[in-house]
Design a protein around this ligand. Structure first.
Ligand code: PCG
Length: 147
């Protein structure tokens, strides 16, 4: 067993299309634990920080205006090999390449507006979750057992 934490964000198009419950439900049914959850409207400085690695790319401005266009739902998800398990569940960045059964494969067609984000490594997960969550905002699975 290798328990990991990963950062997941339902993007503005996912929120607008009322997919919050459907998406969270998939992670819970898989056996993963939601240990942090919040809805936020991302401001421009935060968006630029989150997407730092894409600065300079042709679609950067489009990406920033999309991600700041409406509320997003941020989560920290914990479970065995959570980083790769969640990435497999969301499917390829380009939804046209994402198999049916994955979140993007079922709910998206556009590479720009692809419903959901999940960290692609443990290192990135740490960086991304620290942008949105303080350590004390995360609950441990043990706390959930006693709730
Ligand atoms: P994600 O979660 O992989 O993080 C980077 C994001 O950049 C990606 O999702 C897409 O939302 C976005 N992205 C990737 N390629 C393109 C593109 O060609 N055009 C636009 N507008 N956005 C893109």
């Amino acid at each position: 067993m290798s328990i990991q934490r990963t950062f997941v964000m339902i993007k503005p198009d996912g929120v607008r299309r009322n997919l919050i419950g459907e998406i969270i439900s998939r992670f819970e049914k898989r056996g993963l634990k939601i240990i942090g959850l919040k809805m936020v409207k991302i401001d421009r400085p935060t968006a630029e920080r989150l997407y730092e690695e894409h600065k300079g790319k042709s679609f950067f401005e489009e990406l920033i205006s999309y991600i700041t266009s409406g509320p997003v739902v941020c989560m920290v998800i914990e479970g065995d090999e959570a980083v790769s398990v969640v990435r497999k569940m969301i499917g390829n960045t380009d939804p046209k390449e994402a198999p049916p059964g994955t979140i993007r494969g079922d709910y998206a067609l556009s590479k720009a507006e692809n419903v959901i984000h999940a960290s692609d490594s443990e290192e990135k997960a740490k960086r991304e979750m620290s942008i949105f969550f303080k350590e004390e905002e995360l609950v441990t699975p043990l706390a959930q057992v006693h709730m």
